[in-house]
Design a protein. Structure first.
Lengths: 486, 783
């Protein structure tokens, strides 16, 4: 097999070829230190403030799709065949401002200005996708952007008016779409890419089979999908990730399809990429899915990665476990299937052999009579890591609970089912008394820890109360049991 | 080239013109276009000269320990490392205490006193290499006992970091004894990280002799200059500090940048190469100070009606390991422990406690919010005790005619609390909405609601009286363009815009003809921090003084040259009217230049009327007060403690606003920041004394989706400063921060509903979902 030893991408209007790329080199450092494109700012270097937001366009099945991402934790090696768009690209000839920029100026959306380019880029991505967004859509798009000065009100007002300044159809990313697509198509040549420097080695496999082969060649390699966790190993913990195998460019892994009562989701599907299919099949996930991190992270991070890294506070594992999802693991050509809950062995330990990787996640569609809920509690409602997360899937037939799958995150060293609670439910009447009795069993399943997100006591009490909420939501009640934005 | 080719030249005939960007008009931030295009230059964006090196700090990993040994071999041998600095390498004094107490080493010597204290600095070819090397030190610590909390520090007999303050009027002890009702309580009020989006940064460029130039993101260039001189052991005149703009400050860059400026300057002079230092977010939040946390024990005596008869309060603050600004911060907490209420008898004591935590510092409100929140809690206590709407108790206790002397014996002369509150009460439909909240809660569901109206009265002036001075430098060039420089710094608050509006108004010259330049110690010396909301009050007046000096010379010149009386010379938009002649401003200036008129002036201002005797606890520390009020309405989930702020209505007093849209932006931003302080922003230390919420992943400031969907913010356009401030405006930076207290008290009401408002929930701050749920369960347990 032929290999390439460089990456090629478009930076704003210019094609770039780079070979001396370290596995942990970030897009933000490249922009600021090498290209002196200093409009993109570093606020946190952990994907939590959005000051570094840029757009990355990539081809999927011939379609060019742009997404807002955090440049601080986006690795250069993941940008082969991509179009990187920074704030510097927005201003037109003679410094004419872009509709997003003009709206932000006219509505006084900047004070200190440091977060502003990031807001501009997020709003740019939103406007391209949804030219006339609702207030909720704007807030959701801005979950990953912190502003400490304005209190956000003028930014929201600006966002609501962008489309009166211009239409996305006239925007350069649309008028030049065909040309950019053609340029990127030339770059995507289907070859494996191997990037070497003195102290770093990174592989971009040609396809999934090549990924399996590469991982057998380098069983110690760091797997990098969305880099929303691995990125922080590098930027915050200064870890070396070489040798690294990147998989975000593999479109095969980004497929999600639904057939025969099953959703089959490639391990490279992002939170954003999975939202439509999953939330259509499981409407109870709609709110929950929008509370996973911020928009940029949802665009980058993958559900497969969220499972593979085994965090006890990942948002998706409790949900997947409750839904009875299975994880398909692959090593070389051999595949095996595990229930998601069986994948998590202990803190930091998953049932994953050297050279093996998460290839797919299969989620069975809901059975008739099943009641579903997904709840997350966090200190701040949006863009926060959960104190407690729970997926509930309870089957009620003729007033009797016949099955229960209840999985918690944030309550133990791994995402875990509440076995005692489930046992206390199954076979009982579907009633408030049953729920109350089952909730009382929860301390037998979990002894949560105290940390900066929540105390042990709060985790336990609120987790028990979420079982009560589940009852109230499914009982006939005329008073609301969930908070709603006005 | 002819003047008229200047891009901004307005060629409309003068008599028909209006001024672009005078005072009392909306005007966009002068850098707005640069902000949105990414062209605004922050310190880290400045092009680095060839040979620039990067410094990084090695931080303590103990809260309190003797340093038995510091082995830096591995650091020195790391790739790219050029040099390593320890305390021994500091040529001058190893101290950056802003108040001269000599208690804050740049680099630790034999002891570390908090987790995150700088021990050494490594200088390397790149920031990445320096950062990696900084983690290679082998430090042998001998642990010593540590104390983290203010009340624990009092129990452990830890010393004060700075002398405490007592404010006293009447006989609180006697009045308390005879009061019909007494309530004693304690409130814990959390601190707050500034979370400016741009972190700390200093960039030092060495010059000849002892010279060094710093580009930094500091609110206090003069102090940075003096500190660098102090640490280098040289005179201040060798040090220049430049600040074009900050990516947010909020008080966090008032004194805290001294450390970074000092390290960069020492390294730059030692190596004779430019040196930049920029900590990562974790180190920034671990190694630099925050808002003070307080534990306050209060007692109030009151009559049947709810009128306050006596108040006592002990305000213990977590100051951290050194004094920094804890003296004036804890003083200001006492100055605001009355908020808008008359205490006939009062005794307030501050306890600025030493703790083994980072030294706390200035943060928007500067201790004031921690005082105001106690006043509001006292009101709430009385209201629950008497079974009344807390707004009634507030009104009953507002300062009023004859009941207008503060605990520090200043008479409140400009009180408009009652007017502001009455106006807001009507605008916000408070009474009807409160009834709707009561009705909702009476249904007894999982979701409960709360509503609260809280006022703020905030004293304007530095309590360090000598700080209330400012300078400005204005040049009019012979083409009629104007160069404006003043001692204040721009951190997003729109100071430069407002001061330029003052200058535009003075000369009747278009805003576009005024060049706003970076703040630099070379142009205006001995400036005060841009802090205490004072930036526009002080620097606007200083700039106006400079303009008036130049104008006086111009008027004299014109009167002589055109043989008219001086009062026949008028500055009109874009021109000067001399008798019946109208001369375009630039032509007039050209003529003045040809006649050898001095077209530059240094302006100066000092605030009148103020004085303060700290030992006696009496005086007039504040030139005037700014007022405001907010109504917040919230919903809480009594199963989880989660909540939503549904609506906020604000009416705020900025006097005659210089720039209403910018002032409104300050009010909105301050409210949300204050809301964050009291809701989701939690500083959490572990048992070992390490702050574990030290980045946005763990420290949660409000998001767009946290702001109230209904957010009505108005300026009290009927207000005018009765003191002769710049164009009768009022300071705006800090006062509206305290409007966020209405959110806490609204949450408190929602909690109180679970036992039918019989008990003041005593919700501590920040009211995280956890604290709300625990308060709900506490009341349900009692109920």
């Amino acid at each position: 097999m032929t290999t390439r030893s460089n990456i090629q991408f478009l930076l704003n209007g210019d094609p770039v070829t780079l070979d001396a790329i370290g596995a942990g080199d970030t897009l933000l450092d490249y922009l600021r230190l090498q290209k002196r494109l200093t409009g993109t700012k570093e606020g946190c270097a952990e994907g939590d403030c959005g000051a570094c937001t840029v757009l990355v366009g990539r081809l999927d099945s011939g379609q060019l799709h742009y997404e807002a991402v955090n440049a601080c934790i986006r690795f250069m090696a993941s940008l082969d065949g991509c179009h990187i768009v920074t704030v510097e690209y927005l201003s037109g000839p003679e410094g004419r401002m872009h509709p997003v920029q003009q709206a932000m100026v006219d509505f006084h959306g900047s004070q200190c200005g440091f977060c502003t380019p990031g807001f501009v880029m997020s709003l740019y991505a939103l406007w391209m996708e949804t030219p006339e967004p609702t207030e909720t859509q704007i807030e959701t798009a801005l979950q990953g952007n912190l502003c400490r000065c304005t209190g956000y009100e003028p930014i929201i007002r600006a966002a609501q008016s962008i489309n009166t300044y211009g239409s996305p159809a006239q925007d350069a990313l649309n008028t030049e779409r065909a040309a950019v697509t053609a340029q990127l198509e030339k770059m995507v040549d289907g070859q494996r890419v191997e990037l070497r420097t003195d102290d770093s080695f990174a592989i971009l496999p040609a396809d999934v089979d090549d990924l399996a082969a590469a991982l057998l060649e380098h069983p110690d390699a760091t797997m990098v999908a969305g880099a929303t966790d691995v990125g922080l190993w590098v930027t915050k913990f200064l870890k070396t990730i070489s040798p690294a195998i990147f998989l975000s460019h593999l479109n095969e892994l980004r497929d999600i399809e639904q057939s025969d009562g099953m959703i089959r989701m490639g391990a490279g599907v992002s939170y954003s990429g999975s939202a439509d299919t999953l939330c259509t099949a499981f409407p109870h996930l709609r709110d929950y899915w929008d509370r996973i991190a911020g928009w940029q992270i949802r665009n980058m991070g993958t559900v497969g990665g969220n499972v593979a890294n085994g965090s006890p506070i990942g948002d998706t594992p409790p949900i997947l476990i409750a839904l009875g999802a299975q994880v398909i693991l692959r090593k070389g050509d051999a595949r095996r299937t595990l229930p998601v809950e069986a994948f998590f062995i202990d803190y930091g330990k998953q049932d994953l052999a050297p050279g093996e990787f998460v290839e797919r996640i299969d989620i069975p569609l809901a059975q008739p009579g099943s009641l579903h809920a997904a709840y997350k509690i966090s200190k701040r409602r949006d863009e926060d890591i959960s104190s407690v997360a729970v997926g509930l899937n309870v089957t009620v037939q003729d007033g009797q609970i016949t099955d229960a799958r209840i999985a918690f995150g944030g309550m133990a060293a791994t995402p875990k089912r509440a076995a005692t609670v489930e046992a206390a439910l199954i076979g009982q009447d579907w009633s408030e008394a049953t729920i109350r009795a089952a909730a009382a069993e929860l301390p037998k399943d979990f002894q949560p820890l105290t940390d900066w997100r929540a105390s042990s006591d709060y985790r336990m009490r609120s987790a028990q109360n979420l079982l009560r909420r589940f009852w109230l939501e499914n009982a006939a009640t005329d008073t609301p049991v969930r908070l709603m934005r006005a | 080239m002819h003047d008229d080719t200047r891009p901004n030249a307005d060629l409309t005939p003068p008599a028909q013109r209006t001024l672009s960007g005078g005072v009392h008009v909306d005007r966009q931030h002068d850098s707005a276009v640069k902000h949105v295009t990414g062209r605004a230059e922050y310190a880290d964006d400045i092009a680095e000269p060839i040979g620039t090196l990067h410094a990084y700090l090695g931080l303590s990993e103990r809260a309190h320990a003797k340093l038995r040994s510091i082995d830096l071999e591995a650091v020195r041998n790391a790739p790219g490392v050029i040099d390593v600095l320890t305390a021994d390498d500091i040529p001058g004094v190893n101290d950056v205490s802003p108040t001269g107490r000599d208690d804050e080493p740049v680099l630790a010597t034999d002891t570390v006193q908090f987790w995150g204290q700088p021990i050494f600095a490594v200088i390397a070819e790149t920031r990445d290499l320096a950062r990696r090397a900084a983690h290679l030190a082998q430090i042998d610590y001998q642990d010593l006992p540590h104390v983290l909390e203010a009340d624990a520090a009092r129990e452990a007999d830890m010393p004060y970091v700075t002398p405490p303050l007592t404010l006293q009027r009447g006989d609180a002890s006697d009045a308390m004894k005879t009061a019909p009702h007494r309530i004693k309580g304690q409130m814990r009020v959390g601190g707050q990280d500034h979370m400016y989006l741009e972190g700390h940064i200093a960039f030092a460029i060495p010059g000849e002799d002892e010279d060094v130039i710093l580009h930094s993101s500091t609110q206090h260039p003069t102090e940075a200059q003096h500190m660098v001189a102090h640490v280098l052991g040289i005179a201040s005149n060798a040090v220049t500090v430049n600040v074009r703009r900050m990516g947010g400050g909020f008080g966090g860059k008032e004194t805290q940048m001294n450390l970074f400026c000092a390290v960069a300057a020492v390294a730059a002079k030692r190596l004779n190469r430019p040196v930049k230092i920029r900590p990562d977010r974790d180190d920034d939040m671990s190694a630099t100070g925050k808002r003070h946390d307080f534990v306050v024990d209060y007692e109030v005596g009151f009559d049947n009606e709810g009128k306050i008869l006596a108040v006592t309060g002990d305000f213990a603050a977590r100051c951290g390991f050194s004094s920094d600004l804890s003296g004036p911060v804890t003083d200001r907490a006492l100055f605001h422990a009355d908020n808008a209420y008359f205490y006939p008898n009062v005794l307030l004591n501050s306890h600025p406690m030493k703790t083994n935590t980072v030294s706390n510092t200035a943060f928007r409100g500067f201790g004031g919010p921690q005082g105001v929140i106690i006043a509001e809690r006292i009101i709430e206590e009385i209201a629950y005790h008497r079974g009344r709407d807390s707004l009634d108790i507030r009104k009953l206790n507002f300062y009023s005619e004859g009941r207008d002397i503060t605990p520090y014996h200043q008479t409140v002369e400009d009180n408009i609390t009652a007017e502001i509150v009455a106006d807001l009460e009507a605008r916000s439909d408070y009474a009807k909405r409160r009834q709707a909240v009561l009705d909702w809660n009476a249904k007894g569901g999982v979701i409960r609601k709360g509503i609260a109206l809280t006022p703020v009265k905030f004293g304007i002036s530095f309590t360090a009286t000598w700080y209330n001075q400012a300078g400005a430098l204005v040049h009019v060039y012979s083409d009629g363009s104007i160069h404006l420089n003043h001692g204040g710094t721009e951190m997003g608050q729109g100071l430069n815009t407002k001061v330029a509006q003052v200058v535009a108004d003075a000369f009747q010259a278009d805003f576009e003809t005024i060049k706003i330049t970076k703040t630099t110690t070379e142009k205006v010396p001995n400036t005060s921090a841009t802090a205490a909301s004072s930036g526009t009050d002080l620097n606007g007046m200083a700039a106006l003084d400079a303009c008036e000096q130049i104008k006086a010379r111009l008027v004299t010149f014109a009167a002589e040259k055109w043989s008219v009386a001086p009062d026949a010379v008028q500055f009109i938009p874009g021109a000067v009217q001399i008798g019946d002649d109208i001369i375009p401003f630039r032509d007039f200036i050209k003529a003045a230049y040809m006649a050898r008129i001095h077209l530059s002036a240094a302006g100066f201002y000092k605030t009148p009327k103020i004085h303060w005797d700290r030992d006696k606890g009496t005086g007039r520390p504040f030139y005037y007060y700014a007022y405001g009020a907010a109504v917040s309405e919230v919903s809480i989930d009594t199963l989880t403690g989660e909540y939503i702020v549904d609506r906020a209505d604000i009416l705020h007093d900025v006097g005659r606003s210089l720039n209403p849209v910018i002032d409104r932006g300050q009010v909105e931003g301050a409210f949300i920041q204050g809301m964050g302080w009291l809701t989701t922003e939690e500083l959490w230390w572990d048992d070992k004394g390490q702050l574990r919420t030290h980045a946005p992943s763990t420290y949660k400031i409000p998001l767009a989706s946290d702001r109230p969907r209904i957010f009505n913010v108005e300026l009290a356009d009927w207000s005018e400063n009765r003191e002769n401030t710049i164009k009768r405006s009022k300071a705006v930076g800090e006062p509206p921060f305290m409007l966020g207290i209405s959110v806490l008290e609204a949450l408190s009401m929602a909690v109180a509903s679970v036992d039918d408002y019989r008990t003041c929930p005593r919700l501590d701050a920040p009211a995280t979902p956890e604290r709300v749920l625990m308060a709900v369960e506490r009341l349900q347990g009692e109920g």
